[in-house]
Write a new protein. Structure first.
Ligand SMILES: Nc1ncnc2c1ncn2[C@@H]1O[C@H](COP(=O)(O)OP(=O)(O)OP(=O)(O)O)[C@@H](O)[C@H]1O
Ligand SMILES: Nc1ncnc2c1ncn2[C@@H]1O[C@H](COP(=O)(O)OP(=O)(O)OP(=O)(O)O)[C@@H](O)[C@H]1O
Ligand SMILES: [Mg+2]
Ligand SMILES: [Mg+2]
Lengths: 252, 297, 232, 252, 232
């Protein structure tokens, strides 16, 4: 799984680069618009190591942000699963906040929270949590009648149990979304750094963009890709193992 | 020649591009027999790239962009230099004593945009003033001004003729006055925006380039003339709906100061050479590009 | 004494105009192992679900419970959650004081070797049994078994029915099953739902209500079976 | 549903504003940091109408972008549902592209596509499609054994049928995600405008930010909120009606 | 002639060491309505699923099909998709040339009034019937009915079984049911799976194989039933 992820990423990445180089060649563009191979290598030599550590820095925010958004998404999703007024209200807040692009909210966040690690984390979580929320809501609001019936009719149903039943019945769906949300959290962390931080790969990308340095951006994208592939691969393996442990392979 | 030309600005439509707006609005291009469409700029726009890709014919780029592009083999030529004084300056409240010597920067909290021009310029200023980096508090600037507004940062980079005006105005409304720190006052002449085109264009269509340059220069000159102030403001107002008339007027005045009044549009060759040198020193570029060879006669 | 009276119940599913129950009047007059019997689609399950949760449905007519507080409804398609073994789930839902009863039922239901398995690993009859046993260990006055033992073999099913009759003489059961002989032999009052899609008829027939397999009088059972068959 | 959405939005919005004003009051911040009520009203008077039309402009991109991402997500989700190499490869591309923040990809997009409507649409779709994809993948990769068995054993299973069965069984989950994705598409469109466009509310927000005018941003947020609430409400009503029509109310 | 031979089949579910099938040897020697009978949890369904999809399972022993190409497996928990009526789904999966057969079966299965309903609106017995009918209208040599009629009333079930025997004399059926009398009366060869959790035993008993309800010789049926009971 892990090696396949990396290998596939390399394939995609080099396909992309080749495409760009082809455009460069056909249109006859300078290194400023699309960097050539020597320049990319030279840039990689200079920046690869630094960017790698930047990505690791970002990864910390990613992991923490993902954990927070998972917690948040489950909390809101569970609270919002009922079709009651409160449920619909919570859903509504969650939806509305999402529609505001982070770029518009950022100044408010900065006014209220100052700057530094916290807003970076907050923005990463905000970007990651909404898609998670959607899935959690979907799962949490569809009853599993044939299992829940007993607990309802005997008055034993608690919200915890309801949540557990629905989560368990949709384990593979939730696992897909949770491990998929890693990339969202990463994207969120990078955007947050891009807007706000003075560390992380997003910050480095901002600087490269200021300098119109596409070669640096390509190196950064490579580092992001390789790290996210590894993280994603690990998450997927872990989620598979957890699913197996909790469920023993289900179905006949 | 009815060939449609495009002209990509560097920034949004406002008083800082008054001459460009004026040229189109008052038909300077048409009169010169050109059909030119001007397009607004923005953070994601890069006129040099567009010129190379054939998406635009003329454009506005900052000097550092031009130098960087030249280093990487792009072939762009500077036609004329819009601002004689770089609009990129630093704003500070008048509760700070006026900065007349660079040594006064010591101990201050200063905003710089890492990777941006202001980093390069501030580094040069600090070097010039002999101030080690550890003696100032550098604050990383993002796109909003809150840290300056809340007084967390004392000296903040702005474009003198756009945000600078707005901020000054806003603070004045609250009874606070501001000053600007202009690097040129301390001998740092880092060139800002210039009008550019491709070398190829100059070689293949020198007369178009000529006509364009003449028309645009004339438009800028007229737009900056105090006599034409009202009609310039009207042209701007038609394009820039987000600033009120008072602000626009102040911005126009500020722009006029930056473009200079005598040697209008002229290329300050020494400043260009200094810019290249600064960039070399700051390792923004690795090898000299001989910028003087790329400045149009 | 504990009894249940329904008069003139008429019921249609929301959004349809087919009368699933049409002027049903019936009485169950005492605790015991009663039954609802009738052809497929006649409305047995619908009636049972009505009884189990009066508030959720809108119907015409009147249902009166006397000395019946808690009505439980079990059916054969129920599942247990998958995250732990059947035994663990059973432990969770059974009160401490019913431990002895639980053990007894587990033995009679032949469930001991299965308690370690997850629900989805069980055969259909095993699933039926583990589901039913948890209902029997709850507090109830009337328990409806809607084909709850449909996938269990006859021998074991008979043992289970006899056990229920022996252990819960004070409770009311309503057993829905398609096994005519079984119903005739072991049930007390048998509500027969007759008629297919045209008209509907309802009646009550007295079953043999046997309490052990030795007590079965085959001839009398045959008579009851005949009576039920003719009720259609 | 629709009115409830609007009403709830107003509640949230004014709660938010009150919070900001409270901070202003407590910390004693001046109008240029957090605008006071008179300033907000004055600004609203000047800009509300223009912003409203900007939001409508953005809404066009939103709707189109959402449609595109739904199509894209279903295409990729359906193609990627198998655990074959190709399926995993498609998933991997989808994941990787997602991890690249749009801000880093934007320069490449602009190089390849120029500017105008197309890149704006592309960016809006890209931001919206990934969360959709995650849900579609989750749904499409879990078999519905008790329905599919017949078609498999009789050799009648086609991929279209498989997809239809799984979609139908998860109708409410998919509906939640699809109507929820409206806000994602809106956010995407705004970000695209923020980075690239010369129209739409994102563009106006950029100008307001550039002028550091929080009052304008608050007015813009109001307009976005009200329009997205209406759009969301309409989508939800429509999705409910469609679900009913297709499914007749399911479950007993 | 069409026949099926199994020798020494031993099977455990992956990840468990409980032998669900333990050295099972059996033969079905001709077309007809055969049966698997045995207590709950003995391994009937497991064996049936094995036959239906040999490739998906790993087991010891040998299974040989002669003149049997297509094996279908139906069971009572299957569902039809919900997006259109049962009738529409039926139309979709039945070939044109079987239209007449389809109509005949619909009448005997008493399904005509239900064809307009969605699957989830049907009673359990109705669901059983609509599911089974679609299998009968496919091309097959051996069809396994795993409690496929478990929730249908006896009368209708009997009619359905007799119809199947009449219409498909050249096909092989394997009927899994817990109704001893029915199996003894109507089935040809009866594979009896015996023994509970300790040891397992398998044997074949000849059923009465009646082809109409008039032909039933109650005494002989009783004998067969006794024989089966003793086989445990
Ligand atoms: N949810 C529903 N919506 C509409 N009609 C329904 C619904 N459930 C059942 N029906 C119809 O109501 C009638 C009675 O169904 P019910 O399930 O009560 O029958 P039953 O007597 O339990 O049959 P069986 O023995 O087959 O389980 C049937 O004709 C069925 O089609
Ligand atoms: N997926 C599975 N994983 C592990 N064990 C299983 C699984 N399915 C069934 N078993 C076990 O295999 C044995 C045989 O099950 P099977 O379903 O074949 O029984 P059956 O004879 O069909 O019983 P019934 O009449 O109750 O349906 C049972 O003990 C059951 O617990
Ligand atoms: Mg029923
Ligand atoms: Mg079975």
């Amino acid at each position: 799984m892990l090696f396949r992820r990396i290998y596939q990423f390399l394939l995609v990445y080099f396909a992309g680069i080749s495409g760009l180089l082809l455009v460069k060649l056909l249109v006859g563009l300078s290194d400023y618009v699309i960097p050539g191979i020597p320049l990319i290598f030279a840039t990689a030599g200079e920046t690869a190591k630094g960017y790698f550590f930047d990505v690791l820095n970002t990864l910390q925010v990613t992991v923490l942000g993902q954990v927070i958004s998972i917690i948040l998404a489950f909390t809101v999703g569970i609270a919002g699963r009922k079709s009651s007024w409160i449920g619909s209200f919570i859903k509504m807040i969650a939806y509305n906040i999402q529609a505001y692009p982070i770029v518009a909210l950022a100044p408010i966040i900065f006014i209220l929270l100052g700057d530094g690690f916290i807003p970076r984390l907050l923005i990463a979580s905000m970007i990651c949590y909404f898609p998670l929320l959607l899935s959690v809501l979907g799962v949490m609001s569809s009853p599993v009648k044939d299992i829940e019936h007993f607990y309802i009719i005997t008055g034993k149903m608690r919200w915890q149990l309801e949540v557990k039943i629905r989560a368990f019945e949709n384990l593979s769906k939730l696992a897909t979304v949770i491990s998929g949300s890693a990339t969202l959290a990463m994207a969120g962390a990078i955007v947050a750094e891009f807007i706000a931080a003075d560390a992380g790969i997003g910050y480095s990308i901002r600087i490269a963009l200021y300098q119109s340095d596409l070669a640096k951006i390509l190196v950064a994208l490579f580092m992001i890709g390789i790290v996210i592939s590894i993280y994603q691969g690990l998450l997927e393996s872990a989620s598979e193992r957890i699913q197996k442990a909790w469920a023993i392979s289900s179905g006949n | 020649d009815a060939r449609e030309l495009t002209y990509r600005l560097k920034w949004l439509f406002n008083a800082s591009v008054a001459g460009d707006i004026y040229a189109e609005d008052k038909g300077y291009f048409t009169k010169a027999g050109l059909q030119v469409k001007i397009k607004e700029g923005g953070p994601g726009k890069d006129a040099i790239k567009e010129i190379e890709l054939g998406q635009t014919d003329f454009g506005v780029a900052s000097a550092d962009q031009v130098i960087r592009a030249l280093e990487k083999g792009a072939e762009v030529v500077v036609l004329f230099q819009i601002f004689q004084i770089n609009p990129l300056q630093w704003i500070y409240r008048d509760t700070l004593p006026q900065i007349t010597a660079l040594s006064q920067l010591k101990g201050k909290s200063i905003g710089i945009t890492f990777g941006g021009n202001d980093e390069t310029i501030m580094n040069t200023l600090l070097a010039k003033g002999g101030i080690p980096k550890k003696d100032v508090k550098i604050y990383s600037v993002r796109f909003d001004f809150t840290p300056f507004l809340t007084k967390k940062v004392q000296i903040w980079p702005v474009y003198r003729n756009s945000q600078g005006v707005i901020l000054k105005n806003r603070l004045q409304a609250e009874g606070e006055n501001v000053r600007f720190l202009n690097p040129a006052d301390f001998g740092v002449n880092f060139v800002a925006n210039s009008v550019i085109t491709s070398k190829k264009m100059i070689e293949t269509d020198p007369d178009i380039v000529d006509k364009f340059q003449t028309a645009l220069l004339a438009a800028w000159r007229d737009a900056m003339a105090p006599a034409n102030q009202e009609s310039t403001l009207a042209s701007i107002a038609a394009r820039d709906k987000d600033n009120n008339a008072a602000i626009t007027k102040l911005q126009l005045l500020a722009t006029r100061e930056l473009t200079g009044t005598q040697n209008f549009g002229s290329i300050d060759k020494d400043a260009w050479i200094q810019t290249e040198q600064i960039m070399l020193q700051e390792q923004q570029i690795k090898r000299p590009v001989n910028i003087q060879d790329w400045l149009h006669k | 004494m504990m009894h249940l009276e329904c008069s003139n119940i008429t019921y249609s599913y929301p959004g349809t105009d087919h009368k699933v129950l049409d002027a049903l009047t019936c009485t169950l007059s005492r605790p015991g192992f009663h039954s609802i019997f009738g052809p497929s689609g006649v409305g047995k399950s619908s009636f049972a679900r009505l009884l189990a949760d009066l508030n959720r449905h809108t119907f015409l007519g009147k249902i009166e419970f006397t000395e019946i507080q808690t009505v439980l409804y079990s059916y054969n398609l129920e599942r247990l959650p998958g995250w732990s073994s059947a035994g663990a789930h059973l432990d969770k839902v059974v009160a401490k004081e019913k431990e002895a009863l639980k053990q007894e039922l587990i033995n009679i239901f032949e469930l001991s070797p299965l308690l370690g398995s997850r629900f989805h690993q069980l055969s259909m009859g095993q699933q039926n049994r583990i589901n039913l046993i948890r209902y029997l260990l709850q507090t109830f006055d009337l328990l409806i078994l809607d084909e709850s033992l449909a996938n269990v073999d006859e021998k074991l099913r008979q043992a289970i029915i006899l056990t229920i009759k022996r252990i819960f003489p004070q409770k009311m059961f309503l057993y829905i099953s398609h096994n005519l002989m079984e119903v005739s032999t072991f049930c007390d009052e048998i509500l027969v739902f007759g008629g297919g899609s045209t008209g509907k008829s309802y009646g009550t027939i007295q079953g043999q209500n046997c309490c052990s397999s030795e007590a079965v009088d085959r001839k009398k059972v045959d008579e009851t079976m005949l009576e039920i068959m003719n009720a259609f």
